[in-house]
Write a protein that binds this ligand. Structure first.
Ligand code: AMP
Length: 286
């Protein structure tokens, strides 16, 4: 608590940066530098030895699938997937002093303070560093311009993947989301069939059903109610959309419109990332 109180003091921004810098300083800079989605260029992975570390960020509205795709890429690339939402939920499920304060904020669909997020993220990065982790795929961070600026101060982000999906589908996806309370895996019970509307193409997504050993242990996130999801989407437009512009100006963003569920989207995402061969080579040596 003392450390947190120190962080919350107005003069704390340098200590946040210091903590953050310490956590991030040992991660090396990756080589993806020519992401120019405006010109439809695909990332160029020129280091086949795999000696590079990936420092990627996943952006996108709540429910778009950042966790799903970031986690798959994390397995494929061998870099940790760090979701600040997971860190917040871990803290929530502990009986720590922060827990009640966080529950109130999260269950209303609001953002947790930058200070708390930096503190949780710093701890996670330090724990990873001590286990020899390097590189990262950040999911759900940065979510405010201040978070993006501080991240920018302390390390180089190589690529920002901005996942996009129509809003009615986002809401349906959030409402169908379930988590196995035992193994932590995510599923989705929604069967989505959104019609073509106002120039937006029709879209279907099959449910992602749990195996039988998980099906009796499913829970729903407290912030996945219709009212809270709509508030989270509003907060995203207000606080997080400027983060998209921040990276767009840096030429680091790769826009990706999800064409449907995982079976349609995953191969297309790999293709957009120029990683389709990577997957083939990895499965060949596995
Ligand atoms: P998520 O799982 O990413 O939807 O995050 C769940 C909740 O955790 C959000 O609605 C916020 O209340 C909080 N949260 C997660 N990441 C951040 C962040 N980078 N900044 C502020 N709040 C966050």
């Amino acid at each position: 608590m003392a450390a947190l109180t120190r962080l919350l003091k107005p003069s704390s921004s340098s200590s946040i940066t210091f903590l953050f810098r310490r956590s991030l300083s040992s991660t090396t800079t990756a080589v993806v530098s020519d992401i120019e989605s405006q010109h439809n260029q695909r990332p160029n992975f020129s280091d086949p030895k795999g000696s590079r570390n990936f420092q990627w960020v996943f952006l996108g509205c709540p429910g778009v699938g950042k966790g799903t795709y970031a986690s798959r890429l994390s397995t494929l690339l061998g870099v940790p997937h760090i979701a600040t939402g997971d860190l917040v939920r871990e803290e929530l499920s502990s009986s720590g002093p922060l827990s009640r304060q966080l529950a109130e904020i999260v269950n209303q669909g609001k953002l947790v303070s930058d200070e708390i997020i930096f503190n949780l993220l710093s701890k996670r990065l330090e724990a990873g560093e001590s286990k020899g982790e390097s590189g990262f795929i950040l999911d759900g961070f940065p979510r405010t311009i201040r978070q993006a600026e501080i991240l920018d101060e302390v390390t180089e982000i190589d690529l920002v993947v901005n996942l996009k999906l129509r809003e009615d589908v986002l809401v349906e996806k959030c409402l169908g989301r379930r988590i196995c309370s035992q193994c932590g895996k995510g599923f989705n019970v929604a069967s989505i069939n959104a019609k073509e509307e106002n120039g937006r193409p029709a879209m279907s997504m099959a449910p992602l059903l749990p195996p039988s050993h998980c099906s009796t242990k499913l829970i729903t996130r407290a912030d996945d109610t219709e009212e809270v999801v709509k508030e989270r989407l509003r907060v995203y437009q207000e606080k997080s959309q400027p983060v998209e512009d921040f990276y767009r100006e840096q030429g680091k963003i790769m826009e990706f419109d999800l064409p449907g569920g995982i079976p349609e989207s995953w191969p297309k995402l790999l293709e957009a990332l120029n990683l389709e061969d990577y997957e083939v080579k990895r499965s060949a040596v596995a």
